[in-house]
Design a protein around this ligand. Structure first.
Ligand SMILES: Cc1cc2nc3c(=O)[nH]c(=O)nc-3n(C[C@H](O)[C@H](O)[C@H](O)COP(=O)(O)O)c2cc1C
Length: 153
């Protein structure tokens, strides 16, 4: 059973909707389970235990949400040398007003430090959440779960 961690932060609900869609995509896949958690509640153990993680952040002030940064701050020391996290498949979803590049670049840089492996292009959603964005996130969740199950990541 592929276990996919979807860790998110959301203040006004946009990122949460996208993250829920990712989790739905995971759950619609046979033999896959989504662990859907706010970043503030996510622990190093959650990251260790999952087969892949999807990090979903809004862009605030050209950066990731503070709660996502806090997740990294709380877990990096414990996980940076852990063989269980080396090459762990990950991907990123960003919700932004009109940009998203700052949040994305900084999350990618930190994930490199963990030695996670990027397995899908990031999904950067700008402006109001649309059905198309939700469909893209659903597809992302499915693809990650199927990839883990197929052993291709
Ligand atoms: C404090 C704050 C700072 C923001 N800074 C940016 C920014 O730098 N670039 C951008 O494109 N959007 C920015 N936005 C817009 C949010 O990224 C956008 O509304 C996003 O969908 C919010 O996600 P959420 O509903 O999950 O909190 C900002 C919003 C807030 C509240």
């Amino acid at each position: 059973m592929a276990k996919i961690l979807v860790a998110y932060h959301s203040q006004s609900g946009n990122t949460e909707r996208l993250a829920r869609s990712v989790a739905q995509g995971v759950m619609s896949t046979e033999n896959a389970h989504a662990v859907f958690k706010r970043a503030a509640d996510t622990t190093a153990r959650d990251i260790k235990d999952c087969d892949a993680l999807v990090i979903c952040s809004p862009e605030y002030f050209g950066y990731m949400a503070g709660a996502i940064k806090d997740l990294f701050d709380r877990t990096y020391e414990e996980l940076k040398e852990d063989p269980a996290t080396k090459k762990k498949p990950f991907c990123i979803v960003i919700s932004a007003g009109n940009d998203g590049s700052g949040a994305l670049a900084h999350i990618e840089r930190i994930c490199k430090g963990y030695r996670f492996k990027r397995v899908q292009h990031p999904v950067v959603c700008k402006g109001q959440v649309t059905e198309e964005m939700l469909a893209q996130c659903l597809e992302l969740g499915k693809t990650v779960a199927e990839g883990v199950n197929a052993g291709i990541f």
